[in-house]
Ligand binder design. Structure first.
Ligand code: MTE
Ligand code: LUZ
Ligand code: MOS
Length: 750
């Protein structure tokens, strides 16, 4: 009997890298990082640090045998700075010592002197100075310039959304073991074992087959370990390879917060035009993305911002421009939603402002413009199996929204110092990696002679339940009890060239590959079964571990079948590869079909504001979420609930602040507040079920989309504030912290 991750977590029996017994002779690495945001390195003095008892080595860029480059996108991303530093927290050296305490103490004694250069920390200033990661990109549909003439109402404004810290429970960690023949085995808390393997091979100038990367599970990733687990693993590998000793690196919480990137802050300008009925005729938006110092995944994130510029609305005339601005902050990175949430926040701000100008509820405009089947997204792809309207309608009907709005109106009429408000938040999220080549996966399935099953694939478990889903696929495909199936660690020696577990497609891609491999084994098993039952393979099926002939059970069960197959030398292992069909995108025309399908949904978010103190509660979230046929209903419910709370955190409490020198001020969980169980609202989720031919066994990806329901929290707060202070003109700057709420409550409109 094989327990799933949830059971192991509940028993405290699941293991993480930091729980692994430490081998004798293990060394510990600690990076030495830049204390300034921008400058040229003049000298590095290692003497004091090297004199510390227990320090074994200090490695610099010149000690890298291969390429000092850990970037996916651009050659500019170095493992260790050589001449120039471009952000506070940028690694310059790695101290290797007998304990992590010694390594940290010695790291403090490394003296680096700099010739400091000017630094820029916000996107608009960087843009004004021509500091960009790449040229702007523009998506357009229809003719915006013409369309303004037909509009009855036009409003313009700007929308700012802040960074977000991932706060995965397990901080960045890796252990590298030297093996014989110049090999290395690396345990890394990464969403991208394939990338960690490739980058280590590049840094060490060796073949990829020398490097085995293994991932059992992560204590959360949320995108923060898609690209940014790589550098730490490469440092451990560099040290292990050079010193021929196992080396561990593990950041503490403060280091992790200071030295790793966050969700990209965006600063956007919008202009929206509507007719009298509330139909949106034109939308123009320019997104200024704060990329930080190097590209990392910024351009892919920027692209997804453009893909989601219209959210779940049909807007016939759109021009969306996106500019990735280079600043001297820690490079920002993937975070659940991957640029989509920033786009949706800007559009909801535009809709809110238009609604205020028209003196209608924003829900009126939202409802009026929801996508319908066949209408195009701003990149030309028509909406297929569009469920925007159905989610909205079901939410409206099932959760009695008109009645609730009436109750809120009554409450507000009867309370002068407390105000409630309800905001709706429809979502639409494209499912597939937008880099088409990443939409592939493979799986290796073994059926052992005792009837137990082992599945290896490229999916990394990070709390999202992907292993449980893969298990379900294998169990259903083979018609056996789930307890027989074990999903192995994610390992580059068993699965080559795996894509990151990201873009919400972990279960979609790896599930399909697992299904194909199981079907291959099943074919051989059916031939054996036909022989045993005296029929043809086409007459055979397996149902609940029993071989059936023409649908009727025979005496042969799973164990007997498998042992007969083994004795008759029938293959009981298979490998399969899956590539998502029909996805493509042409960047020269910005047109294509980048997504296998879209996930829809709608949330109603209710808040209560204490108008004396500025404090508030998100009192209720009701959701209808587009779900497909779930592989694990409880997992999906957990993903929706967790995503909403994380999205609400981004929009309300979580404020990343830097000082004027680019130093992170909010580098602890006392200064950076995330939602806890006390601030989490009541959440009711209904799944809109149905078929989804585009994903494994008609399931639907669920990982990222629910985060965007949280945007409703921002607008509910804005509405509640206006119920108290109708003169207040919202500036659309998230997060809406209690301080900002208090100021807004008493800001005078004159
Ligand atoms: N849920 C938990 N518990 N922990 C995580 O780290 N990451 C999210 C989402 N849900 C995450 C999570 C992100 S950013 C993505 S892309 C998906 O899970 C990845 O997993 P999937 O592709 O299997 O859905
Ligand atoms: N990562 C990536 C992602 O490399 N490409 C994507 O399209 C994507 N989308 C969401 C999250 N991570
Ligand atoms: Mo998720 S941002 O795709 O790791």
């Amino acid at each position: 009997m094989h327990a799933n991750d949830t059971d192991l977590h509940a028993q405290g029996a699941s293991t993480f890298i930091d729980d692994m017994p430490e081998p004798a002779g293990l060394l510990h690495a600690c990076p030495v990082v830049s204390g300034i945001a921008h400058g040229l390195i003049e000298s590095i003095d290692l003497n004091d640090a090297l004199a510390c008892p227990g320090v074994v080595a200090i490695l610099l860029a010149r000690d890298i045998p291969g390429c000092n480059n850990i970037g996916n996108v651009e050659a500019e991303e170095v493992l260790l700075a050589e001449q120039e530093v471009t952000y506070q927290g940028q690694p310059v050296a790695v101290v290797v010592a007998e304990s992590d305490v010694i390594a940290r103490q010695a790291a403090d004694l490394v003296r680096i002197s700099y010739n400091e250069l000017p630094a820029v920390f916000d996107a608009r200033t960087a843009h004004a100075q021509g500091l960009h990661i790449a040229p702007p990109r523009i998506f357009s549909l229809g003719d915006v310039d013409q369309a303004w003439r037909d509009c009855d109402v036009i409003v313009e404004g700007s929308a700012v959304s802040g960074a977000q810290e991932h706060v995965y429970l397990e901080t960045q960690v890796a252990v590298a073991y030297p093996l014989e023949n110049n090999g290395l085995k690396v345990f890394s808390a990464t969403q991208s074992p394939g990338m960690v393997q490739r980058v280590i091979a590049r840094v060490l100038d060796c073949a990829m087959n020398r490097v085995e990367v293994d991932v059992l599970r992560l204590g959360g990733g949320f995108g923060g370990k898609e690209e940014q687990a790589t550098g730490w693993a490469a440092m451990a590998a560099l040290a292990a390879s050079r010193l021929q000793k196992p080396v561990k690196i593990r950041l503490n919480r403060g280091e992790d917060m200071r030295w790793t990137g966050k969700r990209h802050p965006y600063d956007s300008d919008f202009k929206i035009g509507l007719d009298q009925s509330g139909r949106i005729l034109a939308y123009e938006v320019c997104f200024y993305q704060n990329a930080g110092a190097v590209a990392d995944l910024s351009l892919a994130i920027l692209e997804r911002t453009l893909f989601h510029a219209g959210n779940s609305y049909f807007i016939p005339n759109v021009r969306a421009t996106a500019i990735s601005c280079r600043t001297h902050l820690t490079p920002n990175t993937a975070f659940r939603g991957f640029g989509g949430p920033q786009a949706m926040f800007a559009l909801e701000a535009a809709i809110f402002k238009a609604a205020a100008a028209m003196n209608v509820d924003p829900a009126h405009i939202q409802r009026r413009n929801l996508l319908q089947e066949g209408q195009p997204f701003p990149y030309g792809m028509p909406a297929e199996n569009c469920r925007a309207q159905r989610c909205w309608q079901q939410l409206h009907d099932r959760f009695g929204l008109p009645r609730r709005q009436q109750a809120i109106d009554n409450f507000n009429a009867g309370h002068s110092l407390e105000k409630k408000a309800l905001a709706l938040m429809p979502i639409c999220f494209g499912i597939s990696f937008t880099a088409t080549f990443l939409n592939q996966a493979s799986a290796l399935v073994h059926v052992y002679a005792d009837g137990s099953v082992s599945v290896s694939c490229g999916a990394v478990e990070m709390g999202q339940g992907v292993k449980e889903k893969i298990r379900q696929v294998a169990a259903r495909a083979l018609a056996i009890d789930k307890a027989r199936v074990k999903v192995e660690s994610t390992n580059t020696a068993r699965i080559a060239n795996m894509s990151p577990t990201a873009a919400s497609v972990g279960a979609d891609l790896n599930g399909q590959a697992t299904l194909l491999a199981c079907q291959r084994i099943l074919q051989g098993l059916k031939t054996v079964a036909a022989r045993l039952a005296g029929g043809e393979p086409e007459q055979i099926s397996i149902e609940q571990e029993i071989v059936c002939l023409d649908g009727r059970p025979t005496a042969t069960g799973w164990n007997k079948l498998v042992s007969e197959a083994y004795l008759s030398r029938t293959p009981l292992s298979a490998h399969a590869h899956y590539a998502t069909p029909k996805v493509f995108f042409d960047r020269s025309t910005e047109r294509g079909r980048p997504f296998a399908y879209h996930v829809y949904g709608c949330a109603a978010v209710e808040v209560t504001v204490d108008c004396l103190r500025g404090t508030y509660r998100v009192t209720d979230v009701s959701i209808v979420h587009d779900g497909g046929r779930s592989l694990a209903p409880e997992v999906d419910r957990g993903q929706v609930e967790g995503g909403v709370v994380q999205g609400l955190g981004w929009m309300t409490l979580e404020e990343v602040l830097h000082d004027g020198q680019g130093r992170l001020l909010t580098d602890s969980l006392t200064a950076y507040k995330i939602p806890d169980i006390h601030s989490a609202p009541d959440i009711s989720v209904e799944f809109l079920d149905g078929d989804n031919p585009a994903a494994v066994m008609h399931s639907k990806a669920v990982g990222e989309p629910p985060l965007m329901y949280g945007i409703g929290g921002y607008f509910a707060l804005v509405k509640a504030i206006r119920a108290f202070n109708p003169d207040w003109q919202p500036g659309f700057s998230a997060p809406m912290t209690p301080e900002k709420v208090l100021l807004a409550l008493y800001e005078c409109g004159c």
